[in-house]
Ligand binder design. Structure first.
Ligand code: AMP
Ligand code: MG
Length: 420
């Protein structure tokens, strides 16, 4: 990475960097934070496991009944003919039968109760008739292991139940509890500091003067950064002045693992982000072959990773999801995964000029034929935040494409892909 903003594509005449190339460079340049913390299960919800968890017990810990019924010896229930068995006791979940089941005997058993010694199968209670201390059974032959859940069927002692890098969701918390784990080691929260740059920005809740707009980026960023694995710090709006930008960078770099800014990375006269980063850190300035969101500054500021996102709100969201989020996943130690991409039929013609990959905002739904279909949200300007709010997916149109015709299959990335 160079120390001046000339690394790649800084020259407007130079070739654009593809989204794929950009993401690769970013992922090569960032690494997982090493700090960890030990948390109780509930506090670990949504966090990233930092080491594999190995089961120290079998789950279930003992063979038990899958049904309410009668525990029997399968050899007592031959292929044909009725059989009568003596009931010698009962077994409840949590209250095992203490003795052994012998020839011609059975034990009343409830779902989850330990399978008594001697028994190897369970008859469903609906399949027997009960008369004074006895049951009568005349269905088909009983198989060894019928209606029995074996010890270790779910998890065996010594098995890796969860690998490092797994996000702990509801199923994972339950799984950990099932093997008796009460505390887990997770990656400590990633500290992310962010601020907006721009003299035109007013904060929501204050009156607008002519020439001002409300700062929406900080709110959208707050929303995108509000994740269990992140601790985010909103540093406010920084005016377009060199000294103010410098001070904000220093402050952000001192407190965070990752610094995100919006605005000021274009080639306008008040765009100080790239320049200041060139002085204070290691910065690459890229022109991405992407629409929305062409300019992107990426680099390092002290120990922090730095992203200078564009200013336009839709560009901010698109570049965050395509570049910053994969970096966050890697920095927090998450397992790498492929994006969730779906093929859907376009409901209308989609216009596009060749050159940049487009992330049009789309509405994905099932068509009358039960297949996925997608339509755009309408106007696609990078300043039109309502297009993001109406959408539930990006429609990905490859750089070289000239658009799509109604009925064509197009690739779609549902916004749900960004929630994990
Ligand atoms: P810039 O890259 O700073 O020139 O910004 C590009 C466009 O995005 C301009 O129209 C800015 O007014 C707009 N913009 C920049 N920052 C924000 C923000 N925080 N909220 C809303 N719009 C913004
Ligand atoms: Mg600006």
């Amino acid at each position: 990475m160079s120390t001046t903003p000339t690394d790649c594509c800084a020259d407007p005449g130079q070739k654009l960097l593809s989204v794929e190339q950009g993401r690769k460079r970013i992922l090569t340049a960032v690494s997982a934070i090493q700090a960890t913390e030990q948390l109780h299960l509930r506090a670990a919800l949504g966090r990233i496991l930092c080491e594999p968890v190995v089961a120290r017990i079998d789950v279930p810990p003992f063979a038990n009944s899958a049904m309410d019924g009668y525990a029997v010896r399968s050899e007592d229930c031959p292929d044909s003919g009725a059989v009568v068995l003596e009931i010698i006791g009962s077994a409840f979940a949590g209250a095992p039968f203490p003795d052994r089941v012998g020839a011609g005997q059975c034990v009343r058993i409830m779902t989850g109760a330990v399978l008594p010694d001697g028994a190897d199968a369970v008859l469903m209670q609906e399949h027997v008739s009960r008369e004074q201390g006895q049951i009568r059974y005349e269905h088909r032959a009983v198989q060894h292991g019928q209606n029995v859940r074996y010890a270790g069927e779910d998890t065996r002692r010594g098995d890796t139940v969860l690998p490092a890098g797994r996000r702990l969701g509801a199923a994972e918390l339950g799984l950990l509890a099932s093997v008796g784990v009460a505390e887990v080691c997770v990656t400590r929260k990633l500290r992310v500091a962010f601020f907006s740059t721009g003299d035109e920005l007013a904060s929501a809740g204050t009156p607008l003067v002519r020439g001002q707009i409300y700062d929406s980026n900080r709110y959208a960023l707050f929303g995108m950064l509000s994740r269990p694995e992140i601790e985010c710090y909103d540093l406010g709006v920084i005016p377009d002045r060199r000294e103010a930008v410098r001070t904000a960078f220093r402050e952000a770099a001192a407190m965070a693992d990752l610094v995100l800014t919006t605005g000021g990375v274009s080639v306008g006269e008040a765009d100080y982000v790239t320049e200041t980063l060139g002085e204070l850190g290691e910065i690459s300035f890229w022109r991405m072959a992407m629409k929305p969101g062409k300019p992107l500054a990426f680099g390092r500021l002290g120990n922090a990773v730095f992203f200078g996102l564009p200013g336009n709100p839709v560009s901010v969201m698109a570049t965050f999801y395509q570049f910053a989020l994969p970096a966050i996943r890697k920095m927090t130690g998450q397992q790498a995964r492929e994006p969730l991409l779906i093929q859907a039929r376009s409901s209308q013609d989609l216009k596009k000029a060749p050159g940049r990959m487009e992330f049009q905002r789309g509405i994905l739904q099932r068509g009358p034929d039960g297949q996925w279909q997608v339509s755009t949200t309408g106007l696609q300007g990078s300043h039109l935040l309502s297009s993001m709010s109406k959408a539930n997916c990006f429609i990905l149109l490859p750089a070289d494409d000239t658009g799509a015709t109604a009925g064509d299959l197009v690739t779609v990335q549902p916004f749900q892909d960004f929630s994990s």
